[in-house]
Structure formats: C-alpha cells, structure tokens
Design a protein around this ligand. Structure first.
Ligand SMILES: Nc1ncnc2c1ncn2[C@@H]1O[C@H](COP(=O)(O)OP(=O)(O)OP(=O)(O)O)[C@@H](O)[C@H]1O
Length: 298
C-alpha cells in the first residue's frame, strides 16, 4: 500500500487548547477515509496540518513522502476551500478555469461542470449562488487539478438530501477514477455512504480507527427508557455506557438491552414504563465520544 500522507505522534496546541493530542495516522492510496467527531474534536486542524497550512507543535506530518510545506507536494493535493472564499464577482466557469490554471494537467472546465451538476450555473457569478450551490462549486474545485489525495471538510453541510446524494455520487466516481479521499462529516449517513475506513476523533485523540463495518458494530447501541428513583444505580450497571434525561424518565444507552433488563429484575431496582429501541447511529456515536471525553477528563 502506498502511503500518501501520515501523521506521527502529532500534537497541535493553540495557546491553552490542545486541538490534537499525540495523533498517529497514515492515509494509503485508494481508500476513502471518513473522519468523524463532534465539534472541536480536531478534524479541521488535522486537515490543515496535512495541507501544510499549519505546523504541528510536536511530531511530524508527511505528504507524498515529503513536507506538506513543499509546493510540489501540495499540487498533488485537492481540498475544499471555505464556501465564503469564492471570489464573488467571478462566474463559476471562470473560477474553475482560474484554479485549473495552477495545475499542469487540469480537468477541462466543461467536464468538471458536468461531473458536479454545475453546467447550468457556469455563467453565474459566485456571489449570486445559494449556499448549497457554493458548496458544490467548492467540492468541484478540489478535483480540478486531478489530485491524488483530496481532503473534503464537511462537503455537504447545508445541502438538502437530494443535493447531498448527487455530491456523494460524484465523489464516489472520482474515487473510482483513482482519487484517495479523506472526508470529515458530522453526518454518519454520509460516512456510511462513502467511507471504507473510519477514524473517530474526540478531544484531539484518535478514539477509533477501523473498517466502517467494525466501527458501526461497536457503536450499535440500544436505548432503554424507563422511570426509576434509582437512576445512578442503573447507570452503574454492566452494559450501560451512557444515560440522559428523556421526556418521560431516563434513557440509558446499553450494548445489550436484554441483559440490562435481567439485571434490573435481579437487583430489584424499581422501574416502570420501560421501552426499548435501537439508538440511531448519530446518538450511538455521540455517546461513544462523550464516554471517551469523560474517560480522558477523568
Ligand atoms: N486558530 C485557532 N486558535 C485557537 N484555537 C483553535 C484554532 N483552531 C482550532 N482551535 C481549537 O482547537 C480545537 C479543535 O478545533 P477544530 O476546528 O480542529 O475541530 P473540528 O473537529 O474541526 O470541529 P468542527 O466540527 O466544529 O469543525 C477546538 O477547541 C478549537 O476551538
């Protein structure tokens, strides 16, 4: 497997804030890596180090076998700029042309427009685009230079479901054509739709780094909601990984709901109004990262 980028024992601090804490991670050619984590987990900081926009406080970052600060290495990398960074008075086609001119062998503008469903918008000034349209232009820009590695930071935030799916299909086609992709997202369904490997960041640390299937299996929790005067005692039982107040009673996140109920009966803890349902992946993932935060803080 060819290593395209890597972080070795990387920490990055901003004053008192530790955005990344001893992160070691390699990105190999041919994969789509999903980078997940709650707000402030360190995802954007990690991408900015790989892009050479920031330097690590400790540890080393490598891009195509060299330094991310090396301009020749950066030419082999594509990334989404912030939507607000688009020059407002230029037309969509002109922006794609302008960015393409920085690369040796750019994709023809008409082809990029077609691939990302932007043909109709080619003559529109970017300042007149909707938020979702700007996002699509930003993602298209990442692919203009035929990059080997593409970093997509929350590419579909603010898009409706249909627009999101159109972008996912384009990203998948680009991957099939040879691009290696790192994508950050708050949307688990996005990571599920695209990623083969999942890295979960929390509090600046790598909490999980595994195949999509294995990570999903680990975060597949069930929710048991009930009324009880002894919430703390239930929270301390085996299988319970988290709990929070519900509209009626308390919801406990558990790996094995049957085992919890057996345990409730065995210990004689009083309870009423019990319901069980599968946790959504979003809920399961947040519980996983919250639990890890408590572990790190505690
Ligand atoms: N330039 C900066 N100056 C000070 N603190 C920063 C800076 N950039 C990031 N941080 C802090 O570092 C931590 C990680 O931020 P980062 O933006 O990498 O997280 P993230 O996972 O991308 O979050 P989000 O999902 O909200 O975009 C946060 O606590 C953030 O406040």
């Amino acid at each position: 497997m060819t290593k395209l980028a890597g972080l070795s024992h990387v920490s990055r601090r901003f004053g008192d804030v530790t955005a990344l804490d001893d992160v070691t991670l390699d990105i190999h050619a041919g994969s789509i890596v999903g980078l997940l984590g709650p707000n402030g987990a360190g995802k954007t900081t990690l991408l900015s180090l790989v892009q050479g926009l920031r330097r690590p406080t400790q540890g080393t970052v490598e891009l195509f076998g060299g330094s991310p600060q090396n301009a020749r290495n950066r030419l082999r990398l594509g990334s989404t700029p912030q939507a607000t960074a688009l020059p407002e008075t230029l037309r969509v086609g002109e922006v794609l042309d302008f960015v393409g001119a920085h690369f040796e062998n750019p994709v023809p503008v008409a082809e990029v427009l077609e691939e990302f469903g932007l043909t109709e918008l080619a003559r529109k000034q970017t300042g007149a685009l909707s938020g979702g349209q700007k996002r699509r232009v930003s993602v298209a820009l990442a692919f203009v230079g035929r990059p080997e590695l593409v970093l997509l930071d929350e590419p579909t935030t603010g898009l409706d479901v249909d627009a999101r799916r159109v972008l996912w299909e384009a990203i998948r086609r680009q991957h099939d054509a040879g691009a290696t992709i790192v994508i950050t997202s708050h949307y688990l369904e996005e990571i599920e739709a695209l990623a083969e490997r999942v890295v979960v960041l929390g509090g600046g640390r790598v909490l999980e780094d595994d195949t999509l299937g294995n990570v999903l299996a680990r975060v597949s929790l069930r929710q048991v909601t009930l009324d009880s005067p002894q919430v703390d005692r239930i929270a301390g039982l085996p299988h319970v990984v988290g709990h929070e107040p519900a509209s009626s009673g308390t919801t406990f996140y558990v790996q094995d709901s049957d085992a919890l109920i057996v345990e409730l009966v065995r210990t004689g803890i009083p309870f009423a109004n019990l319901t069980v349902r599968g946790a959504t992946l979003e809920e399961a993932f947040l519980t996983l990262t919250d639990t890890a935060d408590e572990r790190i803080e505690g």
